[in-house]
Write a protein that binds this ligand. Structure first.
Ligand code: IDP
Ligand code: MG
Length: 168
């Protein structure tokens, strides 16, 4: 047993279908702890980075459009980090098989996913599949200060003349 972190995304189809509550309820069965969460407007760069392992697949362009929300006319993804013993396997178990038609019907993807006419698996959620993937994905989606707890080593960077938006 190992203390692990895992990235969960409620993809645009999950948000548009109002499945967030159901998904979080299912995931709460794991008794894992949420240590980060935010709603993200997914840029093309972020989408392509997240799915870079699939860049040679015929469905890659459709997949990028899907995670960006272009397909569902929403530009939101809910990103969360769960932490606990064997978090990766526990979440993947409840999430189900990548192909929603093959996924256990009681899993999240089995219950709510579908395959589009263009062949993309709209499977409602993303969940990291290994500790290496989880680390890479969490670092891609979250900044250290957005995560409660020191999960990976950090460094302090002094930036000068950085401009950022603030409330007016
Ligand atoms: P995972 O999400 O279960 O880890 P990956 O192989 O990492 O599966 O694929 C990422 C996403 O790409 C999937 O969740 C699904 O949306 C899409 N995808 C993967 N394989 C296929 C495929 O064979 N056809 C269509 N879409 C796919
Ligand atoms: Mg994957």
């Amino acid at each position: 047993m190992a203390l692990e972190q895992t990235l969960v995304l409620v993809k645009p189809d999950g948000l548009v279908k109002s499945l967030t509550g159901n998904i979080l309820s299912r995931l709460s069965e794991t008794k894992l702890v949420i240590i980060a969460s935010k709603v993200v407007r997914v840029s093309e760069h972020l989408a392509k980075q997240h799915y870079k392992h699939l860049s040679d697949k015929p469905f890659f362009d459709e997949l990028v459009k899907y995670i960006m929300g272009d397909v569902h006319k929403t530009h939101r993804v809910l990103a969360l980090v769960y932490q606990g013993e064997d978090a990766i396997a526990k979440v993947r178990d409840i999430v189900g098989d990548t192909n929603p038609e093959k996924a256990n019907p009681v899993s999240i993807r089995g219950a709510y996913g579908r395959i589009t006419t263009t062949g993309v698996f709209e499977n409602v959620v993303h969940a990291s599949s290994s500790t290496e993937d989880a680390e890479q994905e969490i670092k891609l989606w979250f900044k250290p200060e957005e995560v409660v707890g020191d999960i990976y080593p950090t460094r302090t960077v002094v930036r000068e003349k950085v401009s950022e938006k603030d409330w007016a």
